[in-house]
Design a binder for this molecule. Structure first.
Ligand code: ZN
Length: 226
């Protein structure tokens, strides 16, 4: 008869620690899980100290490295096969001034989101093409709340309660959705689906208005549709 596990060292915890240790055994960016893997479709468990501070720090560093190498502006733990409610975001916003203005794409410093949740502030929604490292090669237009309130913790356990607007609001919604088993495609306009090449060649305008007319998908009413 097996001994009862010690508190905090149950088999689920041990296997999670083993999984992360195994991932971190190799140097360099972590492999990114692609759509079709069930880990991307399950709600993650809130992080409750399972990894301990040292392993958490190493895991966060690996997420950051992987996000930067991709490159991407966010990465959620399930995207590297770890079902924990942890994500990282960072966006240097290397876009032309007009696009930055229309999209509200201001630089977003590196952040760790632990157990994040968001709630829309107001009814305004705004639509843009967006992509996902777990759906390589494709982009689609997603209408999202322009402004959200994000609550949760940072990597040191301090409470976060912050309002995000513009592109950073889009990033925190996209990454938090990952932690609920939601992919951006679930919220996208299906007829907007476009290859990276098509977006680069045809739909690199600051807004998706031209794409909406040509491909036949709706956009939300709003101040920025031109
Ligand atoms: Zn994604």
């Amino acid at each position: 008869m097996p001994a009862l596990p010690e508190p905090g060292t149950g088999s689920a915890h041990v296997s999670l620690v083993d999984r992360v240790e195994e991932l971190l055994a190799a140097d360099g960016p972590l492999p990114i899980v692609a759509a079709g893997d069930p880990v991307l479709r399950h709600t993650t468990a809130p992080y409750d100290g399972e990894l301990g501070p040292a392993l958490l720090a190493r895991f966060v560093a690996a997420l950051r490295l992987t996000m930067r190498a991709a490159p991407g502006v966010g990465l959620a733990a399930p995207q590297v096969g770890v079902p924990l409610r942890i994500a990282v975001i960072e966006d240097p916003a290397p876009v032309p001034p007009e696009m930055a203005l229309v999209r509200g794409r201001v630089p977003q410093p590196f952040r760790v989101l632990v157990n994040p949740s968001y709630a829309p502030l107001g009814a305004e929604r705004i639509a843009f093409f967006e992509g996902c490292l777990s759906v390589p090669g494709w982009q689609a237009v997603v209408a999202r709340p322009t402004e959200v309130r994000l609550t949760g913790l940072d990597e040191t356990g301090n409470a976060v309660d912050e309002v995000f607007r513009g592109w950073p609001a889009r990033i925190v919604q996209h990454e938090t959705d990952h932690l609920d088993g939601v992919l951006y495609l679930d919220r996208a306009e299906p007829r907007s689906l476009a290859s990276n090449e098509a977006v680069a060649e045809r739909w690199s305008q600051p807004t998706p208005r031209t794409a909406a007319e040509a491909l036949g998908f709706p956009l939300p009413p709003g101040p920025v549709t031109g």
